[in-house]
Design a protein around this ligand. Structure first.
Ligand code: XIL
Length: 458
């Protein structure tokens, strides 16, 4: 891998800096590798002749997954007739660059070839297991992790399986697929992959129970993929959810990450990255595409690069997080007051009240107790209470104090750009209207990193 890396750097006209433990890497893949993880992207071979696309891909990522080329409709267009040419192209590109490959996806209710959609019962079961065996055998030894089964659980509160032609062949179709995959490629990690599993909810708990059952009965499963197609918030228990799966004895991976562009995009990307780094069995992150214009999510601008291949704020947030930024507590605490950059005034409980609901303002910094914030985990304690916003508060909500509950709405993240965001909503502590006068209200607002959202220990 080293010769390729060196050639790539020289070709790009960059200066070679000797890698050392102290040097923060400057690409997603290299930075993740320093943390023992991979950082990958979903790719489509139809973009392989786009120079901008390939430049970003080759520079930033050390893992690839086929966005469509290894799905059932692509690999077995007619029953028993297999086509691996596009999948092989992705594998070959990855191997030539020392990148690993995720395999996606052996069995799924969507993107089945027409002939399989028309089958049922034992005939479909046989065809499905044969598909797993053939495809996993073809790629044997070249796949780091296979999504053996994709999206088999239902959305909503049931915690049960999704109805599909595969499910109707019998509840044991999933374990049959995992056993066939293990037999065909014993070296690949075998994953179950799904979406809407980003926090502890009925669907993720259904999957959790299946994995626990598989582990107890010796069904071969090694990993769980969390697609993480996210909107404008991230569940406060995202990391705890990853951890509970890891505690079952499987690896976890973020497999299809993309996040709606909006005030919180960079923060949410950073939060996902930090969560993975905090879970030792979280082995890597894959984003579902390279540039915004390559994304399956149309106008959401959900990725790390703009259409011209420029790095977005979300990219910097991820790289920063990979390099250890955004730690909590902050790296150099120098006092218990929080001074706002725009005004030079301090975060202050109005009237030095200790009542539930007392509101936060900015005021001239002084030594009173109503400006002293003591960190307890991610909680900030003041006047015997905790800095609080109402549960799932919208942008514009007043920040207040309330009895400490341990709730995620009372948890605050110190970001590397000096903003402080709420762990539940990702919204930032903000002086309303960028006012600077004594008494100006403090609210939560979409993070933009302006001086009215930046706070320094004082
Ligand atoms: C999507 C691809 O990105 C699209 O190009 C295709 O048209 C449909 O599938 N969950 C998955 C992925 O597991 O395979 C899906 O990929 C996105 C949702």
């Amino acid at each position: 891998m080293l010769p390729v890396l060196v050639t790539g750097l020289l070709a790009a006209g960059m200066v070679l800096v000797p890698a050392g433990a102290a040097s923060a890497a400057t690409t997603l893949g290299a930075s993740a590798a320093e943390k023992g993880r991979y950082f990958g992207a979903a790719v489509g071979t139809y973009k392989f002749n786009d120079n901008t696309y390939m430049t970003v891909l080759n520079r930033e990522f050390n893992s690839l997954v086929a966005e469509n080329e290894m799905k059932w409709d692509a690999t077995e267009p007619q029953r028993g007739v297999f086509n691996y040419s596009a999948g092989d192209r992705i594998v070959n590109h990855a191997r030539s660059r020392g990148m690993s490959v995720r395999g996606h996806a052996l069995l799924w209710h969507a993107q089945q070839p027409g002939w399989a959609q028309g089958l049922s019962g034992g005939d479909l079961r046989n065809a499905a297991i044969n598909h797993v065996t053939q495809v996993a055998t073809h790629f044997r030894g070249q796949i780091h992790s296979w999504d053996v089964v994709n999206e088999a659980f239902a959305d909503g509160g049931s915690g049960g399986r999704r109805d599909s032609n595969l499910q109707r062949t019998g509840n044991d179709w999933i374990e049959a697929a995992f056993r066939a995959a293990r037999a065909a490629d014993p070296g690949a990690k075998l994953c179950y992959n799904d979406y809407n599993t980003d926090g502890i909810n009925a669907k993720s708990t259904g999957i959790y129970n299946m994995v626990r059952d598989f582990k107890s009965r010796g069904v071969p499963i090694d990993c769980v993929g969390f697609q993480s197609h996210l909107g404008t918030s991230i569940p406060g228990d995202y990391q705890a959810n990853l951890q509970r799966f890891a505690d079952l004895g499987v690896d976890v991976q973020i497999t299809e990450l993309d996040v709606t562009q909006g005030g919180n995009q960079a923060n949410i990307y950073a939060a996902v990255t930090r969560a993975c780094l905090a879970v030792s069995r979280c082995t890597g992150i894959t984003v579902w595409g390279v540039r915004d214009c390559d994304s399956w999510r149309g106008g959401d601008n959900a990725l790390l690069f703009d259409c011209a291949g420029n790095k977005k704020a979300a990219y910097t947030a991820v790289l920063d997080a990979l390099n250890g930024g955004g730690t909590n507590p902050p790296p150099n605490p120098t006092g218990n007051r929080l001074r706002n950059d725009a005004s030079g005034r301090c975060l202050d409980v109005n009237g030095a009240s200790s009542a539930n609901g007392a509101q936060m303002i900015i005021w001239d910094c002084h030594s009173g107790a109503n400006q002293q914030f003591t960190q307890n985990g991610r909680a900030l304690q003041v006047m015997g209470k905790c800095l609080d916003v109402p549960n799932n508060a919208a942008a514009g909500a007043r920040v207040q104090i309330w009895d400490c509950s341990g709730g995620v709405n009372q948890q605050w993240v110190f970001n590397s750009n000096a903003t402080i965001s709420n762990a539940q909503t990702g919204l930032c502590l903000d002086v309303n209207g960028a006012n600077t006068a004594n008494g100006s209200a403090v609210i939560v607002w979409n993070c933009h990193g302006g001086t009215n959202q930046r706070w320094a220990r004082a």
